[in-house]
Design a protein around this ligand. Structure first.
Ligand code: NAD
Length: 474
């Protein structure tokens, strides 16, 4: 599971859908090689596709199928753009099922014709024939695709098995597999959406469980009770429905119950929709610290319905906005200025790409800690009271931008961070204890420019301490 974690991302679709352009962009985002099969065939034969096709369509199709299958059988996960007609071969479809996560690049027939008319494609010369072919191929594309997309964020999200769509909550039954499901919601979500969830899941709903709202869910006691209450066998799946705390606790329960069963992530808070719900990390807390016990366990599907945010209390929204600003700075785009549906989709896609590039957090996933070294220090020195995580992240981002020599306006204007009143020495100690400290040195995530993060950066101790001090009041 985890969609395309260890598999190719194959792009299929009609002529003019934009498979080559999207494939190039998606490969760059996922840090994978890009293979465009039309280009490969041209290179191999030294002839343009149009010429090969005119010489003999049958020979061309045989050659195309052979090359496509050979490419899909290569082990190293790539992004592969298939020729428009390649899926007409049953053996190509079988290879796609075996080796790839297949994304249909969706295009309507009018646009496809606009883009291809007047070119040299043999099948795009006559409009009536072009339209007839589109109608004929359409069911084949639908049947072969695991997901569909129209832009690069869509491809990345599909590859990460993240489905972002307004009102998708009502279709929860269609977006989860055909297996018995145990719905686990926090108390607030159960109250607000329990009936709607029951309706959406219908007969597949095998059981319902409730967790306390908030961080209390992420304790061994709560997870143990859940383990003991579960009646699913290994073929069943958990549905985690709530904010980041529910997602973390239920994901961890799914990773461990019966040595690991499937789960679906249905994040409902802004923090969870843009961050906690994505990337396959699950955890619970210990008295010694947060997130100290956990597992990597990618959900089968993450279903994100931005409309659920309508009931999210305003302070919780601000918590999420801090992560959106962080993501926007990392991406180099003003994601925070978008409407909810796009803000969630784009932020989620950014995180999904980073996690697909580094699923086990061994390298560049560290960039997601931008501002968090300072934030953790402030939270810890405050004893996790009087300053929320979001407020601390706002301050941490301020410090990261200052140390990067960059304009702090986006953070100032969107998050309005206010210095906190904590003990300066305790905060400094906490910062040095942070898990990112290696050999007693603090390693930071900074930005060369918005959109160009660097991690593992060391700065002179005085500079780091001065940046921390500037976040503290009094
Ligand atoms: N696993 C990861 O990669 C990851 C990443 C970031 C954060 N996290 C974890 O996420 C947790 C924080 O998540 P959170 O901020 O979502 O906290 P949360 O789960 O406690 O949710 C915040 C509050 O909002 C309520 N709520 C959520 N969605 C709602 C909705 N649609 N309508 C009404 N109320 C709603 C919840 O009931 C809760 O009271 C932390 O424990 C953090 O460690 C994990």
């Amino acid at each position: 599971v985890g969609a395309a974690l260890n598999r190719h991302v194959a792009l299929i679709g009609f002529m003019g859908a934009g498979k080559t352009t999207l494939g190039e962009q998606a490969a760059a985002r996922l840090g994978r090689p890009f293979v465009d099969l039309d280009r490969e065939l041209e290179r191999e034969t030294g002839e343009p596709i149009a010429t090969l096709f005119r010489q003999s369509e049958t020979d061309f199709r045989i050659r195309e199928a052979k090359k496509t299958i050979e490419t899909l059988e290569q082990r190293k996960p790539a992004v592969v753009a298939l020729g428009g007609g390649a899926v007409t071969s049953e053996s190509v479809r079988a290879a796609l099922r075996a080796h790839a996560f297949t994304v249909l690049v969706d295009v309507d027939v009018d646009r496809a014709w606009e883009r291809t008319r007047g070119g040299d494609r043999p099948l795009a010369q006559d409009e009536l024939r072009f339209r007839a072919l589109y109608t004929k191929r359409r069911p084949l594309y639908d049947e072969t695709a695991d997901a569909r997309a129209t832009d690069v964020d869509g491809v990345v999200l599909a590859a990460a098995a993240v489905h972002v769509e307004s009102a998708s909550f009502a279709r929860l039954g269609d977006l989860t597999g055909a297996q018995p499901l145990a719905l686990v919601a926090d108390a607030n979500l159960a109250r607000l959406y329990g009936a709607a969830a029951r309706e959406a899941l219908g007969e597949r709903l095998a059981a319902r469980h409730q967790l306390p709202a908030g961080e209390e869910a992420k304790t061994l006691k709560v997870v143990e009770q859940l383990w003991r209450d579960l009646r699913l066998d290994r073929g069943g799946a958990l549905v985690a429905f709530g904010g980041g705390c529910t997602i973390d606790a239920v994901g961890f329960a799914a990773a461990t119950y019966l040595r690991g069963i499937d789960w679906y992530s249905v994040p409902t808070s802004l923090v969870a929709q843009v961050d906690a719900g994505i990337g396959g990390k699950t955890a619970i807390d210990l008295p010694e610290g947060k997130n100290l016990v956990g597992a990597f366990h990618w959900p089968r599907n993450t279903i994100v319905d931005p409309e659920l945010l309508q009931t999210l209390p305003a302070p919780e929204r601000r918590e999420g906005l801090a992560e959106v600003v962080k993501t926007g700075l990392l991406a180099g785009e003003e994601l925070w200025a978008l409407d909810d549906a796009e803000l969630v989709r784009r932020s989620a896609a950014f995180k999904a790409a980073v996690c697909l590039r580094d699923p086990h957090d061994r390298g560049e996933r560290a960039i997601l800690n931008l501002g968090h070294t300072f934030a953790h220090a402030l939270e810890a020195s405050a004893g996790y009271r009087g300053v929320t995580h979001g407020q601390a992240v706002g301050l941490g981002l301020l410090a990261a931008l200052r140390l990067s020599g960059l304009d702090t306006a986006p953070v100032d204007e969107v998050l309005l961070p206010r210095p906190v009143r904590v003990d300066r020495d305790r905060a400094w100690e906490a910062l040095q204890r942070d898990k990112k400290a290696a050999n007693g040195r603090v390693r930071l995530v900074l930005l060369e420019a918005p959109g160009r993060p660097v991690y593992g950066v060391e700065r002179p101790e005085e500079e780091v301490r001065a940046a921390l001090d500037a976040l503290i009041a009094g």
